[in-house]
Design a protein around this ligand. Structure first.
Ligand SMILES: [Fe+2]
Ligand SMILES: [Fe+2]
Ligand SMILES: [Fe+2]
Length: 430
């Protein structure tokens, strides 16, 4: 098995940033476009390379705290946030404990704080980094760009709107730097480009930061936190899948390294669900044919987001093929047995097991007998791998207990992260 552990961090962040913003055409690439603008202003201001990198991570993930598809669309497109500081704080909390994002999380925390002629240098007794004010400006510029109007027909009016808020909402130095870069058409054409991913790859001088399988895990957990709170029914689903998949992998003699990758794959497996509107994820009634197609496309997007990062072949495959079936009746690739490795087969079993042992809109948590009956039926019809199912069956109670405990620990973390910040959010119903 070929394992490439050199994962370029910037590509990982960009793909995840894109996944978060894929929910509606009006907000696609909002964070990447903001990151492009922020990097351009920062360069003009002479910000050093390492601060620039933290700013880039912050900008690319700044709205990570806007959880749920409707929140995201409203928050970004209409600027309708309720209290804007709420999603800043949620984003800060989601990111701060992972060492690579610690500094970036501080910028995220204040990305809606106005400058107010100097009062914005601090907030509730905390010093606000100057870099945060670059983000405040960049985010606003991006949101002022109307997607249905040709970019060069609106650039002048955007500059005028920004100027009106110089010193009030925006730090004067940031506005002055913006003036230096916005004179040329190419800046605006880049901002509005459908090829923003490639533009950023060329624009930034990326240091060679790479990640091993152990450092990918905390990032994948952050995304699991977000995926699992997008629907009221899946508060611990990704954690359940990750944990079950690792237990099965261990019993099938996967190495320590492969188990780390398996856990991350479990955390990431439903990342494509970020593209599915919450009303479909939460719908208690039968889905229409179109809604079902949209829901089922989530694994296509899981594949797409992870595959473009490069360097994660196992995680991509194990995560994205969890609805493929050995008889070719899965989706979206309709792979058959010959294309599905043991890791993918494990993930498919773990996903069904986790789903059956959770409360869902259409069923309560199922007991051992019912769960195994359904899973065995799927194995019998050549949907799931018979050998993997036997491993689950032979040690069911132990695996169930471990998964349950992991779900509980994970839900405590979810609760701490989100409960007080998003009191009305359905996903916090743990
Ligand atoms: Fe925001
Ligand atoms: Fe799925
Ligand atoms: Fe799933």
């Amino acid at each position: 098995m070929i394992i490439n552990e050199q994962v370029p961090l910037h590509r990982l962040i960009m793909s995840l940033s894109q996944a978060l913003d894929y929910v509606h055409p009006d907000v696609v690439d909002h964070q990447q476009r903001t990151a492009y603008i922020a990097a351009s202003i920062a360069r003009q201001l002479g910000i050093d390379k390492y601060e620039m990198l933290d700013l880039f991570f912050a900008a690319a993930l700044h709205d990570i705290g806007l959880i749920g598809s409707e929140n995201r669309i409203k928050g970004i497109r209409e600027g309708n946030f309720g209290d804007p500081m709420l999603h800043c704080e949620t984003g800060y909390r989601l990111l701060k404990d992972f060492f690579l994002f610690t500094r970036a999380s501080e910028f995220v925390r204040f990305h809606h704080l106005p400058w107010k002629n100097g009062k914005g240098a601090e907030c509730k007794g905390l010093d606000v980094p100057f870099i945060s004010h670059i983000l405040v400006l960049s985010d606003s510029i991006e949101r002022m760009i109307k997607r249905d109007i040709y970019i060069l027909d609106q650039s002048e009016s955007i500059v005028e709107q920004i100027d009106l808020l110089r010193g009030e909402k925006f730090h004067p130095d940031c506005v002055d730097a913006f003036h230096e870069i916005c004179e040329v058409e190419s800046f605006w054409l880049d901002c509005a480009s459908n090829r923003i991913y490639s533009v950023i790859l060329k624009q930034i001088d990326w240091p060679t930061l790479s990640l091993d399988e152990k450092s990918i895990e905390p990032i994948s957990r952050i995304f699991a936190n977000i995926i699992d709170t997008t629907s009221r029914w899946t508060a611990t689903h990704s954690a359940g899948v990750a944990s079950a998949a690792v237990e099965l992998a261990e019993r099938l003699h996967f190495s320590e390294r492969e188990k780390f990758l398996m856990r991350s794959a479990g955390y990431f497996h439903d990342i494509g669900k970020l593209t599915v509107p919450t009303y479909i994820l939460d719908k208690p009634d039968k889905l229409t044919e179109k809604e079902l197609h949209i829901l089922k496309s989530h694994t296509y997007y899981t594949f797409s987001f992870l595959d473009t990062i490069g360097g994660l072949p196992q995680i991509t495959e194990w995560a994205a093929f969890h609805h493929e079936r050995l008889d070719g009746n899965g989706y979206p690739f309709h792979h058959k047995a010959k294309d599905l490795t043991l890791g993918s087969r494990i993930m498919a079993v773990a996903d069904v097991f986790a789903a059956l042992t959770e409360d869902r809109p259409y069923h309560k948590e199922m007991n051992r007998e019912k769960t195994l009956e359904i899973i065995n039926k799927l194995a019998g019809s050549s949907g799931l791998d018979y050998d993997v199912v036997k491993v689950l069956e032979s040690d069911y109670n132990t695996i169930y207990d471990i998964v349950k405990q992991n779900r509980q620990e994970y839900s405590v973390r979810q609760e701490i992260l989100l409960k007080h910040l998003l009191p009305e959010h359905p996903g916090v119903n743990l």
